[in-house]
Design a protein around this ligand. Structure first.
Ligand code: NDP
Length: 275
């Protein structure tokens, strides 16, 4: 049997690095820390190696098509695909940031939704039978969903929403912010929250698609919240350590062979949450 492989995006610090660390200890196979910046990625690899862990590195900037293409080709050639994919990379503007909201919306959606979608478009076909896909979303996705207009809520919760419709809705939010029209159009005042609505909804859509198109492959696709975690993104006051934040993503990445659930769920503290 070929060597199994796990890939984590945004692995050079924070929750991503802690996910890599935990996978190195628990996953039977090669673990790849990926990062957009090779220097920061290699530093993280060195620090994990100094703990005695065996970790591999691959450059991957999720905002860069050619970087995604190169990484996908690498895993296809070397491993014939991937067994575990953790989409952890993400950004958030600080609450005090004075960048105009429309810019924050465009930049945040670009990485958290559109770039994550781009990674999934290239990598989902590479996920092997028995594979696990984990998209790191946030509890903020649920809170923000509940602040959307009833019409938007209905679409995000519907079983028939497609990837194309979701992508159009995400783009509509960005366009709406440029006209300062987003509130009238039924959107909440949070670019990060909307981007994570996109991540959670996308996970559900792709889980349904995988079940339909590859019914015998036992692939499980889920979104999760790591909790509120002390990282550069969330600051020092958050209650969880990065290692604690990694627990739910790693649980979903390592769901045992033959498991049929959770699938297409939003999971927090290892428990399926209402959407
Ligand atoms: P950090 O800011 O500490 O780390 C984010 C990671 O994402 C970094 O490695 C960063 O790389 C990487 N990244 C950003 N943009 C890209 C890109 N274009 N390509 C590749 N990597 C990129 O954040 P956290 O560890 O806190 O967050 C990890 C995930 O968890 C995010 O998706 C976040 O939204 C989510 N989350 C976090 C919570 C928390 O409380 N911390 C709560 C809920 C969800 P670089 O160092 O190069 O910038």
């Amino acid at each position: 049997m070929s060597t199994r492989v796990a890939v984590v995006t945004g692995g050079n610090k924070g929750i991503g690095k802690a996910i890599v660390q935990a996978l190195c200890k628990q996953f039977q196979g090669d673990v790849y820390l990926t990062a957009r910046d090779t220097g920061r990625g290699q530093d993280a690899v060195s620090s994990l190696s100094s703990e005695g862990l065996k970790v591999h590195f691959q450059q991957l900037d999720i905002n860069d098509h050619s970087s995604i293409n190169a990484a996908a080709a690498f895993f296809k050639d070397k491993y014939g695909g991937v067994d575990v994919l953790v989409n952890n990379a993400g950004i958030a503007f600080k609450g005090a940031d004075t960048t105009p909201f429309a810019i924050q919306a465009e930049v945040t959606l670009k990485t958290n939704y559109f770039a994550t979608l781009d990674v999934l478009t290239h990598f989902l076909p590479l996920v092997k039978a028995g594979g696990r896909v984990v998209n790191v979303s946030s509890f903020v996705s649920v809170r923000s969903l509940n602040k959307c207009s009833p019409q938007l809520q209905e679409r995000f919760r519907s079983e028939d929403i497609t990837e194309e419709e979701l992508t159009q809705l995400m783009q509509r939010f960005v366009d709406s912010t440029k006209k300062d029209q987003h509130k009238q159009d039924g959107w909440p005042e949070t670019a990060y929250g909307v981007s994570k609505i996109g991540v959670t909804t996308l996970s559900k859509i792709q889980a349904r698609r995988v079940s339909k198109e590859r019914p015998n492959d036992q692939i499980l696709v889920n979104a999760c919240c790591p909790g509120w975690v002390r990282t550069d993104m969330a600051g020092p006051k958050a209650p969880k350590s990065p290692e604690e934040g990694a627990v739910t993503p790693v649980y979903l990445a390592l769901l045992p062979a033959g498991a049929t659930e959770p699938h297409g769920e939003f999971v927090s503290d290892k428990v399926v949450q209402a959407w």
